[in-house]
Design a protein around this ligand. Structure first.
Ligand code: 13P
Length: 259
């Protein structure tokens, strides 16, 4: 069985001091589990100090973004190359970056490529907007986002990718309408089907697909029970150590319940 992956996306919250306190509280509340991997994505500024503080058997690090060139005159950017050996994951293509920073399909493809080139697993976020959903465009949007983002990768590379299905309309920032597990399941299946068509059975089976969008301690079990869901990407709930550790604990309980 694949390890369940729970990644807390802290977004642009907490200074270095506050981040250190939260990480301490989370570490005190969670155990090392063979079946559950816990990662946090704090701000770029706090990655380095937090890396000194954490026990990597308990908590892995993820960056929220990086630039696809390895080095050069790109004022203000941090490259995947600089994050090598510091983080295990980088979130790529989050809807907040697509919307606020105008990242298009090609930029996201180049970031996914750069992550793999630098031995970092990209957590590729895909998801339709409210308008796309009401216009019946979900399948096309997901297909375009998945296939373009992975298009420079080999089947072997694809096995290292994590895809996060995050319907934009379900993210707390954009309204936070709760997505029912019955609505999430067919999209998870669709993502795996898209990957299988392009990269074959093995890549599709190895790739991890996680869910994000207003996940908290109450809703986490329902999403984790969906067949084919390999983890969760909570945002605001990951800033609350009680809620976040409860999400991790529910993942642990479910892995023990599953045959
Ligand atoms: P919320 O859990 O706050 O809806 O955020 C989800 C998200 O965007 C995680 O990347």
């Amino acid at each position: 069985m694949k390890r369940v992956l729970i990644i807390g996306n802290w977004k642009m919250n907490l200074n270095v001091h506050e981040a250190s306190i939260l990480v301490k509280r989370i570490s005190d509340l969670i155990q090392v589990h063979r079946e559950v991997e816990v990662a946090i994505a704090p701000s770029m500024l706090t990655l380095q100090p937090i890396s000194q503080q954490i026990d990597t058997r308990k908590i892995s690090l993820a960056a929220q973004n990086a630039y696809y060139k390895d080095e050069g005159a790109y004022t203000g950017e941090v490259s995947f190359n600089m994050l090598r050996n510091l983080v295990k994951y980088v979130i790529v293509g989050h809807s907040e970056r697509r919307i606020y920073f105008h990242e298009d399909l090609e930029v996201i493809r180049d970031k996914v490529t750069a992550a793999i080139r630098n031995d970092i697993s990209p957590v590729l976020c895909v998801g339709e907007s409210h308008q796309e959903k009401t216009e019946g465009e979900t399948k096309r949007v997901i297909h375009d986002q998945v296939t373009t983002a992975l298009s420079n990768l080999t089947a072997e590379d694809v096995e290292k990718v994590v895809i996060a299905y995050e319907p934009v309309w379900a993210i707390s920032t954009f309204g936070g309408e709760l997505a029912k597990p019955s609505v999430v399941k067919p999209i998870i299946d669709l993502i795996r089907y898209n990957v299988k068509e392009l990269y074959g059975e093995k890549a599709a089976a190895s790739l991890r697909i996680i869910y994000g969008g207003s996940v908290d301690d109450q809703t986490a079990p329902g999403y984790l029970e969906i067949e084919g869901v390999n983890g969760l990407l909570p945002g605001s709930a990951s800033l609350n150590y009680h809620k976040f550790s409860e999400i991790v604990n529910s993942a642990y309980r479910l892995t023990h319940k599953k045959p």
